[in-house]
Design a protein around this ligand. Sequence first.
Ligand code: SF4
Ligand code: SF4
Length: 224
Amino acid sequence: MEKLRVLHVDVGGCEGCNVSILRAYPKLIDVIELNMKYLMNRECDYSEYEIAIITGGVCMNEPSTVEKLKEIRKHAHTIIAFGSCATFGGILRFCRGGQEPRPDHRNFQPINNVIKVDYSIPGCPPTPQMLQSFFKYFISGDERRLRIFKVCSEIKKLSGFDLIDDIVLPGLCIGCGACELSCPTNAIKLIDKRPNIIQEKCIRCGTCYIRCPRASQLLCMGGG
Ligand code: SF4
Ligand code: SF4
């Protein structure tokens, strides 16, 4: 089988997602050819790539990044937003500029605020296994398992507050603890088998929502 030509583009973040992609690659090397800045050091012609993985949130104060994304969209048939900043804005939503050397960078948005995204893989960062599973389902055309990534590509924000609103308050929570275990900042604590949020710790990564069996079911049924 011919390998899929995949381009990775990082538009700004902490590099955690990039490390996750690198860690996923050894098990994907037979099915994708990945152009990533850590693996190749050559100028990139976007038209050579059928799939683009975007990491990081897009800075709306940086027109060149917005244009770059639009250019990539023109060529790639599939765009994947990888990580919570790219998917939902995540912690980058809290940037208020003021830092040298980029004092004006104060408005970061998820990728789907600028271009159409086909699939989103949230997580802070997502595990390497998430990307490996994604490509397994993508290559085999397993639409049912791809559904959660497709649904996420159409959502612009998701956080622990939505989990409380959509699952806990309506009485849908089964007390499994998956939300607490998956939170990267320990912003969720189960009390009497029900999640409570430490508000100032929530970085709006949406991971708890996606890992919650009741919430992900709700999303895939179109009720989120
Ligand atoms: S509660 Fe935790 S997992 Fe959920 S959105 Fe906030 S930081 Fe992310
Ligand atoms: S993951 Fe969902 S069902 Fe499980 S404890 Fe958290 S909110 Fe409740």
